[in-house]
Design a protein around this ligand. Structure first.
Ligand code: G3H
Ligand code: ZN
Length: 286
């Protein structure tokens, strides 16, 4: 059934678990994430990023409606989240399109501006009954940009500043920059566990990990143990889907029916979703 992100995360955080949140781009992603979650009987978040909306010719509704329809029929709780929103126009479409939560991303702005626009977004979101996540620090790596220099000021999330940011903006969760980077196709990133511990102690809202595809299993488990309550995963699905399709087409150069290779790509995503949820320790616990 369709669930609310805030409720899934509150339940997970109380049990020191994390809710996996997978980025969806195509209908095959929607079907694969739900099938993978059903295989391990665990709740899941389907998230649509502003970049994915751009890919869909700027339209949110076709993908959102497919996701909401699939969520309603799923055997596990499935929540819809609007991810990395920069534009207020897209933010305002969230409630009408079935989303219970949004991530408002103003992390690239200077602190005071990030705070001001995030507070305005949070006020609006809460008036609509939406759960809202924001980001402080630079996870980076989106849209082909190079990973941020971890030693640059403001690159990693500062615990004291983060506590003030959450109190002053009123957001429900915070995405933190603790060593992961978006869009990694190898699982070689390492987290600053000391910083994560300090952030977890300084903040009384759930922490969100972005760029989780770049982390090996042990780092993912350590992140959850360290206080991460929502784990955002996107690139791992693309790696699985594209790799499987590449292999299939190389072995079957005569193939023309798109269902053959999309089906292979979808099954690879199902396996990846089920495996990652199991790694996060969420299998069968709800
Ligand atoms: O918000 C989405 C995530 O941070 C996904 O990052 O594609 O590197 O796994 P990823
Ligand atoms: Zn992200």
């Amino acid at each position: 059934p369709l669930a609310a992100t805030g409720e899934l995360i509150a339940a997970a955080a109380a049990a020191r678990r994390a809710v996996p949140a997978f980025n969806i781009i195509t209908l095959e992603h929607v079907e694969a994430v739900i099938a993978g979650a059903e295989h391990v009987d665990a709740p899941v978040v389907l998230q649509v990023s502003e970049n994915a909306v751009k890919f869909r010719y700027g339209r949110l509704l076709p993908l959102a409606r497919a996701a909401a329809e699939a969520a309603a029929r799923a055997a596990v709780p499935v929540a819809l989240h609007l991810d990395h929103v920069h534009s207020d126009g897209l933010l305002r479409q969230a409630p009408g399109a079935g989303f219970s939560s949004v991530m408002y991303d103003a992390a690239r702005l200077p602190y005071e501006q990030n705070l001001a626009v995030t507070r305005a977004a949070a006020d609006w979101a809460h008036a609509q009954g939406l759960w809202i996540e924001a980001e402080l620090g630079q996870v980076g790596g989106k849209n082909g940009e190079p990973p941020p220099d971890p030693h640059a000021p403001g690159a990693r999330t500062d615990p004291g500043q983060a506590a003030a940011f959450v109190a002053d903006s009123g957001v429900d969760a915070l995405a933190v920059a603790v060593g992961s980077t978006h869009a990694m196709t190898t699982r070689t990133a390492a987290l600053d566990h000391g910083l994560l511990k300090r952030l977890s102690a300084a903040l009384d809202v759930p922490l969100v990990l972005h760029g989780s595809s770049g982390l090996p299993d042990e780092e993912l488990k350590a992140a959850v143990a360290g206080g991460i309550a929502k784990v955002n995963i996107g690139t791992a699905l693309n790696v699985a889907m594209t790799g499987a399709i590449r292999q299939f087409l190389a072995a079957h150069p005569e193939a023309a029916d798109s269902r053959r290779y999309l089906g292979v790509g979808r099954e690879a995503m199902v396996r990846t979703v089920a495996r990652l949820i199991t790694v996060l320790g969420d299998g069968g616990e709800h």
